[in-house]
Write a new protein. Structure first.
Length: 405
């Protein structure tokens, strides 16, 4: 495969063998954050040959796509089909690497798929460096897997400020580079116009049920039932409005279907609204958030909005397996950062939660009903996001990668 570039802005004019990088991303989130880094790398050095297993965002940023691995079709395969597909992928990749030796592999998150690619590169490409973009969260649930990092990794670029300390204790070189949530190169910022178009009221609650089908299936039934009671407690169009922010139309359809199954269709005629692909604008509009625990909690914190985070789990599976596998008792990103900073939690997290609606209603209502409580959480969240000051994720990532090439 050849790489075309603009001869007018090439900085490595003397390079006869341009450096070749392979990026491997298996989820839309990984595709999006790696794309911002690729744009920055190619701006600095247009002679780089960047190939990727990924999605359209990586392709649009200038990477040559070897395989589309982040679309819904690829992610929706059964476990057995995924295993077979990945086995074939490794075979194809091994042959491709023989013809196209790389200087660097950048695996993005998705450790289940990426471990085997790290091993493949280390075993077959002499001198190739493996630099992880996003630390595999072995500190949370699988410290024993750190051995794989010691063996197959040359370094980790961490998105969370407390991660390098943990990896240093396990002899894995790691650098904090900031988070894409705080990097305008990695996402559209939303608009005040879109926020003003949403229904205005004294209390404005955003519901964020998740960015994956599995998360929505587990958490949205509880959220929509809690919503019914909260609307009753705060009657009147000018008192409380609620907006569900769906990532895309496919997930929006799923949200509508589940609401219907829960007997909550009537809420759409009341004060419950649905937006698609406008999360940033809805966050600007909101003054309280209820979210499924995940990266979105950091996105909410970036907007300085008080929140409750939840995640429904199977009680049986959690007690049978989860509590033995999971080595920590704090799960949400704002709380993990706050505990690292000061030893204290900053938000209420119902994780793991087991589907009960009443605790969700009570915790959200504490924020809705009390402006002082909201303001206190906002003050604490400002300290959390202070940990990211001065770190522009895509710029820091490009700096670190180019130093290591």
């Amino acid at each position: 495969m050849h790489h075309t570039f603009n001869h007018g802005t090439v900085i490595n004019l003397m390079t006869t063998n341009p450096k070749r990088i392979l990026i491997t991303a298996f989820e839309p989130s990984g595709d999006a954050l790696a794309a911002g880094v690729v744009r920055e790398l190619l701006t600095r050095d247009p002679s780089l040959q960047i190939h990727a297993l990924g999605g359209n965002k990586l392709k649009d940023a200038g990477a040559q796509l070897l395989e589309h691995t982040t679309d819904h079709a690829a992610m929706g395969l059964s476990a057995l089909k995924q295993f077979k597909t990945h086995k074939q992928r490794l075979k194809t990749l091994k042959a491709w690497l023989a013809d196209n030796p790389i200087d660097m592999l950048i695996p993005v998150d998705s450790p289940a798929a990426n471990w085997s690619i790290c091993k493949l590169v280390k075993d077959n490409v002499k001198g190739a460096k493996v630099i992880h973009l996003v630390a595999p969260q072995v500190w949370a649930w699988a410290a024993w897997r750190v051995r794989r990092l010691q063996k197959w990794s040359d370094g980790i670029l961490c998105l969370l400020p407390f991660e390098p300390d943990w990896f240093a204790r396990h002899n894995v070189p790691a650098t904090f580079i900031g988070h894409p949530v705080f990097d305008p190169n990695c996402h559209a910022p939303g608009s005040d116009d879109e926020a003003h178009d949403l229904p205005q009221s004294e209390l404005r609650l955003i519901l964020l049920p998740g960015s994956r089908r599995g998360e929505i299936a587990k958490n949205w039934p509880t959220m929509v039932q809690a919503c019914r009671e909260l609307l009753k407690r705060h009657p009147g169009d000018d008192k409380l409005q609620v907006v569900v922010a769906a990532l895309d139309q496919r997930l929006a359809d799923m949200i509508k279907t589940i609401a219907s199954e829960q007997g909550c269709d009537d809420l759409w005629q009341d004060r419950l609204h649905l937006t698609v692909g406008k999360t940033e604008s809805v966050l600007r509009w909101s003054n309280v958030a209820l979210a499924t625990s995940g990266t979105v909690t950091l996105q909410i914190a970036a907007h300085g909005k008080p929140m409750i985070a939840m995640f429904n789990a199977s009680r049986f599976l959690y007690h049978a397996l989860g509590r033995w596998l999971v080595t920590q008792h704090t799960f949400t990103l704002p709380n993990l950062i706050s505990e690292w900073q000061s030893g204290n939690r900053v938000i209420t997290e119902l994780v793991p939660h087991f589907g009960k609606v009443q605790p969700v209603i009570e915790e959200v209502d504490k924020l809705l009903a009390n402006e002082v409580t909201r303001q206190h959480q906002q003050t604490e969240l400002a300290k959390v996001i202070g940990a990211f000051d001065g770190k522009v994720f895509s710029v820091e990532a490009a700096d670190q990668l180019l130093q290591r090439l």
